[in-house]
Design a binder for this molecule. Sequence first.
Ligand SMILES: [Zn+2]
Length: 469
Amino acid sequence: MNDALTIGFYGAAAEVTGSRHLISAAGSRVLLDCGMFQGHRRETLDKNRSFPFPPENLQAVVLSHAHVDHSGALPLLYKKGAQAPLWCTPVTQELTALMLLDSARIQESDARFFNKIHAADGQRITPLYSEDDVRHCLGHLRARDFGASLEAAGGITASFASAGHVLGSAMVLLDVSVPGGRRRILFTGDLGRRQSLLLQPPIPPQGADYLLIESTYGGRSHAPLGDLAGAFAAVVRRAIADKGKILIPSFALERTQEIVFMLEKLRREHGIPPIPLYVDSPMAVEITNIFNRHLADSGFSPAFKDYTAKAGDPFGMDSVHYVRTKEESQALNDLPGPMIILSASGMCEGGRILHHLRNNINKETTTVLLVGHQAEGTLGRHLQDGAKKVKIFGLEHEVLAKVETMHAFSSHADKDDLLAFIAALDPKPRAIFLVHGDPDQRGALAQSLQAAGIKGVVCPKFGQVVTLD
Ligand SMILES: [Zn+2]
């Protein structure tokens, strides 16, 4: 048996999805995250279907947060024989159940649709897992609060520190016994910003010998949050004057709650006239309920808690229309503007937002407001790039709507946040592994770190196993 302490990088290495890192020491194996790879279909399916380590040999799985690029392959891991407890924070436990069940439903309906249109040519896809597989996996979930330590495996203890990325998101600290001592590994998971609308910024935990840090925006600086309120208010006032609809494609977790909160604040503090706001995503409704149940959590920023203590009800459960059924969603088509509709998916790749776009994109009074990253090749990106015509459900539509982008929304640390995080570590780790970043972004961060005189920066490749001394 190999007694050495090693890290195997089995995902989110030179890319942003499929976060999976395997820590091994003296016969103990702990897996950090088990995310789904997202991207071009064939290659991703192959990568998602196999694990380069035996799932049944794991003693623990530790999950940083609920996003599917960190959690989305867990049901498959347990379907393929994993027995280990699956540790996360209490909020992540609730959110992960929702996200994974939703992921199974999407895969099942995608497969049905794909197989139907390919009935003649015989091509078939099968979902990675079913809702039953998700329920089996959820049975292994164990929650631990921030700061409380847990025995992950023989000689390896783990604890969580708040990462400030989405509610419940954690950095993972592993203390590993090695001959003659102990090594501390800090895995940031996805790291939040120093300034956030809702969340407490992450506080860098000290004493790490080795750091695994994300690098999604390792080469980019986000616009300051302070500019948002004015820009948002201007868009809302224009829609009110034009009696238009503002369509906001939005991720159900965190981004939707941020926008609802910002609009509530604008209404109460900046005197923008009332405008009906519809949150048209059953997932977003459920997630907002989870946020509401955890308003007293330490993860929220003092400013947000202060606001909630004074004004109450930050997500406007009394004034915002939370839309659940398909019928309620369709009924929005016949209602006149002005109104704001927040709906998934965030990059206009599926979901109810497509129906709202189809019905409103050819109207000059419509505003499409993009508040999240729009990946290459998505409908959201085409709109952002100024396309005059777009295809929705295979039919061409003329774009007469105004399309605006607000870059200041991001739940990821930018280059300056990442550099500040590492600068605050004293002493510096022996090695810093840059993960969860496309090659250009993590390359840029590596260069900035080297320029700042930081030593031991490593950009691991997919499948690489590194021995730590
Ligand atoms: Zn994330």
